[in-house]
Design a binder for this molecule. Structure first.
Ligand SMILES: [Zn+2]
Length: 239
């Protein structure tokens, strides 16, 4: 993680020899200030803290876009303390919680985090999809709406029922609706909005103003179900 707590509850980046505690579990963490990885804080071995998950360069590069007060925010419901990658206040008073995910993550862990974070606001997953096999096809000129085919899909992500975006390099695909694989002939796919990374970054502080979604519809339609007539998502910016 990039920030730990020093002294009087102050968030601090690591520097050599500095002492701090983890904002989630309050146990001591060590400043790692080597020459290869971005300087970060690390738990002692044997820790079972939820903030222990190793972070990659990809992770850090995303966080750098946002103010430090919104990064690595500890969210607590009185029992569980979980460290969210980003927690952005929205104009309507709600919160957008963003989880950047590059390592593979279990279905159980996805469900656990969805259940937890949606008590506090909207949850958006951003997956490192640079290795995913995704084919895009523009739906109509002068729009940013694309159909996509994802084959082979990472099936564990079908359990996601909050907002989901794929980082496919310089662009982000925000998934509007998807269908799980339906037999051999119909591959996993769907449609979404494609935007440049910078646009996406600017969008996040007002995400709930730009997009609304209907919770009663699943993000990923199960096999053999007919496509929905109306999508789960609506964008206020275009069409
Ligand atoms: Zn911890």
């Amino acid at each position: 993680m990039l920030f730990a707590i020093v002294g009087d509850n102050k968030k601090a980046k690591p520097s050599k020899g500095m002492r701090a505690v983890c904002p989630a579990c309050h146990k001591p963490v060590i400043a790692k200030c080597g020459s290869i990885l971005i300087h970060h804080w690390s738990h002692l071995s044997g820790s079972d803290c939820s903030g222990k998950e190793p972070m990659t360069q990809w992770h850090y590069s995303w966080q750098e876009f946002f103010a430090s007060e919104h990064r690595e925010v500890v969210i607590c419901n009185g029992i569980i303390r979980q460290r969210a990658d980003l927690c952005l206040p929205q104009p309507n008073g709600s919160k957008l919680i963003v989880e950047f995910q590059c390592s593979s993550i279990s279905v159980e862990e996805i469900s656990k985090r969805e259940q937890f974070y949606t008590q506090f606001g909207h949850l958006l997953w951003v997956f490192d999809a640079r290795d995913f096999c995704i084919k895009l096809e523009l739906v109509s000129p002068n729009s940013n709406i694309y159909k996509f085919i994802w084959s082979p899909p990472r099936k564990s992500l079908w359990v996601i029922n909050s907002a989901l975006a794929f980082d496919i390099g310089n662009h982000i695909l925000l998934i509007a609706s998807g269908h799980q694989r339906n037999g051999r002939r119909k591959l996993c796919g769907g449609w979404g909005w494609l935007m440049r990374k910078k646009e996406f970054v600017y969008l996040l502080p007002q995400f709930t103003e730009q997009f609304t979604f209907d919770n009663s519809k699943p993000l990923w339609l199960p096999p053999k179900s007919r496509p929905l007539k109306t999508s789960r998502w609506r964008s206020k910016q275009s069409n």
